[in-house]
Design a protein around this ligand. Structure first.
Ligand SMILES: [Zn+2]
Ligand SMILES: [Zn+2]
Length: 338
């Protein structure tokens, strides 16, 4: 089959690789769409470790075309792939933390992923897309599962005041999900005016820029109390410091973005004095997939509005280069296989 193979950082080309042979319990999937994640950009640049040579891509939608099919999983079925694999036997798996399995990993990082004609997935890692569910939109659902996992673990509930720092793809999903969960006041913070407008159109109650203005408006709209929860979606430690500043006494911080490495000063005294809960989150669990397909199917979350580009998967180098350039209007990029 043909695949975009990343041999080493920034060395990627369209290659012919061995055809995939699904084992017992696995199905062969003809990929139709795969989204590009920030993680892919970081793997491409060599900023996070991966098993080179690797076929990246962990936001995968395709059609079952073979392997261990049965009554429930048939050839021709359109499916979304859960790319987070786990052993099912270890301490973490047994307590339900399959996303933290030390023997697991991520397709497209530890094993081959979706920027290819085909992929192989275990039967219990795939989720059928309902009739009428756009496959291109389906490729963005895996991102929403990580957003849902974060808000579930972070305990976002009805009546909360939630501040989202950073209004890229995940920030805009957090805005919509917080509203769907019944948050009373959802405030989006970004320097980018276009993204603030998109956030408003997707249900944010208020949008503002970072800094003093954000603090003043958040205090004004919470009777001087501050936010119940602040979700950091930028990935800069300076923005994490802003999150600590905006949360109320006894509030919660969800550092959602990934901080690959680096050191910076954080207001550690405030951790103590404000008695903040810092809730870290990684990936998602299988159950999040069904719920997210439902949230999108019921139009509680609009993912189509976040997809600004689609390109043939053979142009992955160009797409990643584009994603590394700053842009005010670009959001989700989906690669197409056919
Ligand atoms: Zn991802
Ligand atoms: Zn395990």
């Amino acid at each position: 089959m043909k695949a975009m193979v990343l041999e080493s950082p920034k060395e990627m080309s369209l290659n012919t690789v061995s055809d995939l042979q699904p084992k017992e319990g696995e199905v062969l999937i003809k990929n139709t769409h795969a989204g590009i994640c920030g993680t892919d950009t970081k793997i491409y640049e060599g900023k996070i470790p991966a098993n080179y040579p690797v076929i990246m891509g962990h936001e995968i939608v395709g059609e079952v075309v073979g392997g261990d099919t049965n009554e429930d999983i048939k050839n021709g079925m359109r499916v979304l792939v859960d790319p987070v694999f786990f052993c099912g036997e270890c301490f973490q798996c047994k307590i339900g933390n399959t996303n933290l399995c030390p023997f697991g990993g991520l397709m497209g990082r530890e094993t081959n992923g979706g920027f290819a004609e085909y992929c192989v997935a275990r039967k219990n890692y795939i989720y059928p897309l309902p009739t009428g569910f756009d496959s291109k939109v389906g490729a963005a659902v895996q991102v929403l599962t990580t957003v849902l996992h974060a808000q579930n673990k972070g305990g976002i509930i009805k009546g909360d005041t939630v501040v989202i720092l950073g209004l890229g793809v995940t920030g805009l999903m957090h805005i919509q999900l917080a509203k769907a969960k019944g948050a009373k006041l959802v405030i989006g913070v970004s320097r980018n005016q276009h993204k603030r407008e998109v956030a408003l159109s997707l249900g944010a109650d208020l949008v503002i820029s970072h800094g003093e203005e954000a603090k003043r408006i958040i205090l004004d709209s919470t009777d001087g109390v501050g936010a119940d929860a602040v979700i950091e979606c930028v990935g800069h430690l300076s923005v994490l410091a802003e999150a600590i500043d905006l949360a109320r006494l006894g509030g919660k911080i969800i550092p959602f973005a990934i901080y690959p490495s680096g050191t910076a000063e954080l207001p550690f005294y405030d951790f103590y004095f404000k008695e903040l809960e810092i809730i870290n989150v990684r990936a998602a669990k299988g159950k999040d997939f069904e719920e997210c397909i439902k949230l999108v199917g019921e139009k509680q979350v609009d993912l189509a509005a976040l997809i600004t580009h689609s390109m043939p998967y053979t142009q992955l180098n160009e797409a990643l280069t584009m994603l590394m350039e700053p842009s005010d209007e670009r959001l989700k990029v989906i690669m197409e296989m056919s």
